[in-house]
Design a protein. Structure first.
Length: 159
């Protein structure tokens, strides 16, 4: 109610008084801030990245795509590696692995390959997974090798 009226300080005051915050209270608070972006709360790079990350964690594909479109069209923000990773992770978790190729034309990085590989594993998409693995290995062989060792103790010169 406070958010619909544009009273964000009242939203904060009400939220602070909630003894046991759950997903509904957190979502309501975020929605209030998003609803009022035209009333003094300006989204920035970090806000959009956080929103896309939240969509990825919740596997909310349609909302994530809407946020990405808004970010590009209304705010003229380009997709950075962090935002692309969130979107790729969202597509991967949602099983829309074909859409990922659009992002690979623009950016590339270890976090993107990891997100794709995770999605391929979740949805048993072996062919795409093999191709991504090859790209990931070529781009980051030392990162993958380092992940194979659980501690520095295993990197002894005697082995």
């Amino acid at each position: 109610m406070y958010a619909r009226c544009g009273s964000l300080p009242d939203v904060e005051g009400f939220f602070d008084k909630i003894p046991h915050r759950d997903i509904v209270s957190w979502n309501s608070r975020m929605r209030g801030y998003v609803m009022n972006h035209r009333h003094g709360v300006q989204q920035d790079n970090i806000a959009f990245t956080c929103l896309l990350y939240a969509c990825s964690c919740a596997k909310v594909l349609q909302k994530g795509q809407e946020i990405l479109d808004t970010m590009i069209v209304e705010y003229d923000l380009s997709p950075t590696i962090d935002r692309c990773t969130c979107i790729v992770d969202l597509y991967a978790k949602s099983g829309c692995l074909v859409k990922i190729e659009d992002f690979l034309d623009h950016v590339s990085g270890p976090s993107l390959w990891t997100a794709i590989l995770t999605g391929c594993k979740m949805h048993s998409v072996i062919t795409l997974g093999n191709g991504c693995f090859q790209q990931h290995v070529c781009a980051n062989p030392y990162i993958l090798m380092a992940k194979a060792y659980p501690s520095d103790d295993l990197l002894d010169d005697d082995s």
